[in-house]
Structure formats: structure tokens, C-alpha cells
Design a protein around this ligand. Structure first.
Ligand SMILES: NC(=O)C1=CN([C@@H]2O[C@H](COP(=O)(O)OP(=O)(O)OC[C@H]3O[C@@H](n4cnc5c(N)ncnc54)[C@H](OP(=O)(O)O)[C@@H]3O)[C@@H](O)[C@H]2O)C=CC1
Ligand SMILES: O=C(CO)COP(=O)(O)O
Ligand SMILES: [Zn+2]
Length: 348
């Protein structure tokens, strides 16, 4: 008997372009949402666009969070319940969107994603990435009902946020390789569509790398479209596997060892250089990854991340413990192998 089934959830409206923030209320109207709008944001995004969002709604309520954590999710849920919120509007970077995504799931209400930085591919994904103690959960959560990505705001954000988004996309190369490896060795379910879309998204971004330059709004356009596409790949796959492999485990471990030191996208990019070396060896494609990162202006070394060599080695040798996700790291990278890989690739 044929017994496969799948449920792919995607946003209904995706608005990307100059000034689309002004169309937020129209995009929300189209969704037939009812009740009081509740804005979830963080300090900088609130300063940049909080008032512009609030001005479009009657009687909005809001909360500001500082970290992506289960405590923040609980705080948002409690504040939204107290405000009798009908739906959430997430205005900010990855931590705000992940927190609002989980809170809306818990509140059983819809949410709308309004990214202020083209820094990560969680903008439309059906996953939340939340750290807890020694581990980091990739939690299934309904994706946004709509995404409103104003390229005027994204282009004004510090350039490093955009290069972090590029690196999060470039890391799809190694994430897909890890997923295919886990499929072959551990029979992990693999989605051809999810894998192909993720890989194609990385290829298209790298092919456009020349046009990704600071000060050009078109760069924000190219990058945010790739981030949307990568998020769709995760939604198709029903897992973050298309966009998160060993390079992400390495970055999550860095978040524990040296919290807040470097951006998520920058860390996963440097991680991808090393894990590509582990996949394909000295003559392999790690140079292509490094050069693609370099071309968009993302870090390629520990020094550029502002992280010392020993912390890089500790993260590489312990990354496999972060979660039960089989990758090229297997049951752990030996310290001498980690030094060889990071040294040969020039990461340390
Ligand atoms: N769910 C998923 O599928 C995915 C989730 N992620 C997660 O997303 C997070 C990374 O996202 P990222 O956006 O890098 O991290 P943050 O949300 O922490 O944002 C990074 C910094 O940028 C600031 N900021 C945001 N917008 C602007 C702006 N327009 N101008 C100036 N500063 C701005 C933030 O300010 P402030 O401090 O005030 O917030 C913050 O200091 C990680 O937690 C990662 O795990 C990443 C990829 C996929
Ligand atoms: O960052 C992600 C994809 O870019 C997903 O994060 P996780 O590794 O927590 O699933
Ligand atoms: Zn990522």
C-alpha cells in the first residue's frame, strides 16, 4: 500500500522590494486575520521601523526581546495573551523571527515576518532555531503567513548583516552534502526537491556574487530572494537539513563558547570551508567556498571572525554533540584532524 504523505506549509504573500513596508497592513488585510496586532521586535529594529509598523494598525501592542531563548518565547506568549493579541508581526533579525515563530505556534495564531536584515534564511522557514543549555533545538513551527521584506531597509542595514545572509546561503553546499551522506549512511530521509532547491539557490547566489556590493539596493534584493528560496527548501523538506549541516553545528557550538562574538551567517560560512575540506579533501571544493565567501566580503578565517584558534578547534571537535544530526563530523573530529583541516584551509 502507498502510505507516504507530506504537508508543505508556505507563506501566502511574499512582498520584496523598495518601500514595501508601507504595504504591510494591506498584505495583512489579505490574510483575513482578526484581532489585535502584536508586534514582536528587538531594540535596533524597533528604532528603525517600529513606529512605521505601529502607524499602519489600529491599537497595536508590542514587546521587545533581546535574545532568542525559550524564556523569550514565554515572555512573548504571556505578553500577547495579556494584550489579547489576534496575530503577531515579527520585525527584526533572526532572533526576533525565530522567537515570534515559536510563540505564534504556541498561541495558535498567525504571524507575519518583517525582516530588517538580509542576514539569515529563517525569514520564511517553518523552523525555529533556539538554544537551550548545551544543545540547540531546531523546532518545527508554522512559517509566516506573509513576508514583507523592504529592500530600502535591508540595504540601509550594516553591510556585514547582508554578507552574513550570503554566507548562510553559501553554506547550503555543505549542508546538502551532509544530508546526502546521512541519507547514504544512516538512511535519513532525503528530499530531492528540497536538496536541489537549496543547492540551486547557493549556485545562483554565487553566480551573482559580482553584483553583491555595499550601497546597492539591488544587492539586498538578490540576497533576500535567495534567503526566501532557501527557507522554502526547508519547508519543502520539513527539516532544516537543506540549509544546516556540520557547518551549522560548528556555529551553534561557537554561540555557546563565545556568545555574540560573530554573526550566525559568518560563522557557518567559515565552518563550511572546513567541512567542505572534510568532505572532499585537499584538492576538493573548499577553495570555491572560501573564494565565494571572500567575493561577497564575508569572513574566511578565525581572525576575521574575531575568534581565537583554540576556540575554533574546541568547536570543531565538540560540534557533533550539539544535536542528533549525522554529518561529516561523524562521532567526532579528533583534535589533530581538526587542526589539520583548519590549518590547511587557512581558517586558523
Ligand atoms: N529558523 C531558521 O530556519 C533559521 C534561524 N536562524 C537563526 O537566526 C539567528 C541569526 O540571525 P541574525 O539576523 O544574524 O541575528 P540577530 O537577530 O541577532 O541580528 C543580528 C544583529 O543585527 C541587528 N539588526 C537587525 N536589523 C538591523 C538593522 N536594520 N540595522 C542595524 N542592526 C540591525 C540586531 O539588533 P538587536 O540586537 O537590537 O536585535 C542584532 O544586533 C540565529 O539565532 C540563527 O540560529 C538562522 C537561519 C535559519
Ligand atoms: O540556521 C539554519 C539554516 O540556515 C537552521 O538552523 P538549525 O541548525 O538550528 O536548524
Ligand atoms: Zn543558518
Amino acid at each position: 500500500m502507498f502510505d507516504k504523505s507530506t504537508w508543505i506549509q508556505l507563506p501566502r504573500n511574499v512582498l520584496v522590494g523598495h518601500g514595501v513596508l508601507d504595504e504591510l497592513a494591506d498584505a495583512v488585510d489579505e490574510l483575513y486575520l482578526t484581532g489585535r496586532p502584536f508586534l514582536v521586535t528587538s531594540p535596533t529594529p524597533n528604532d528603525i521601523a517600529g513606529d512605521a509598523v505601529r502607524a499602519q494598525f489600529d491599537d497595536p501592542a508590542s514587546v521587545t526581546i533581546e535574545t532568542a531563548s525559550f524564556e523569550s518565547v514565554e515572555r512573548v506568549v504571556a505578553a500577547a495573551e495579556a494584550a489579547d493579541a489576534g496575530y503577531l508581526v515579527a520585525l527584526g533579525g533572526g532572533k526576533v523571527i525565530d522567537t515570534a515563530k515559536m510563540a505564534s505556534d504556541s498561541l495558535d495564531c498567525g504571524f507575519v515576518s518583517v525582516p530588517t536584515a538580509a542576514s539569515h534564511d529563517g525569514i520564511v522557514s517553518g523552523r525555529s532555531s533556539i538554544p537551550e543549555g548545551d544543545t540547540r533545538h531546531s523546532v518545527a513551527a508554522d512559517p509566516p503567513l506573509a513576508v514583507v521584506a523592504d529592500t530600502a531597509i535591508l540595504a540601509e542595514a550594516p553591510w556585514e548583516l547582508t554578507t552574513a545572509g550570503c554566507a548562510d546561503i553559501i553554506s547550503n553546499y555543505t549542508a546538502v552534502k551532509d544530508w546526502q551522506l546521512a541519507h547514504r549512511l544512516k538512511n535519513v530521509e532525503y528530499s530531492e526537491y528540497g536538496g536541489a532547491l537549496s543547492q540551486m539557490t547557493a549556485e545562483m547566489l554565487v553566480d551573482s556574487a559580482e553584483s553583491i556590493k555595499p550601497g546597492l539596493e539591488e544587492s539586498a534584493w538578490v540576497v533576500v530572494k535567495a534567503l526566501v528560496s532557501s527557507g522554502v527548501a526547508m519547508s519543502i523538506a520539513g527539516t532544516s537539513r537543506p540549509a544546516s549541516g556540520a557547518e551549522h553545528l560548528f556555529s551553534h557550538q561557537l554561540d555557546r563558547l563565545v556568545p555574540g562574538r560573530a554573526l550566525h551567517g559568518h560563522q557557518v560560512g567559515v565552518g563550511a570551508i572546513v567541512t567542505e575540506y572534510l568532505h572532499s579533501g585537499e584538492k576538493g571544493e573548499w577553495r570555491d567556498i572560501r573564494d565565494a565567501l571572500g567575493e561577497v566580503g564575508a569572513p574566511t578565517t578565525a581572525g576575521e571572525l574575531g575568534i581565537d584558534d583554540e576556540t575554533i578547534i574546541e568547536a570543531l571537535t565538540t560540534a557533533h554533540t550539539i544535536r542528533d544530526r549525522y554529518t561529516i563530523l561523524g562521532d567526532g573530529l579528533r583534535e589533530d584532524a581538526a587542526r589539520e583541516a583548519a590549518g590547511f584551509t587557512g581558517v586558523i
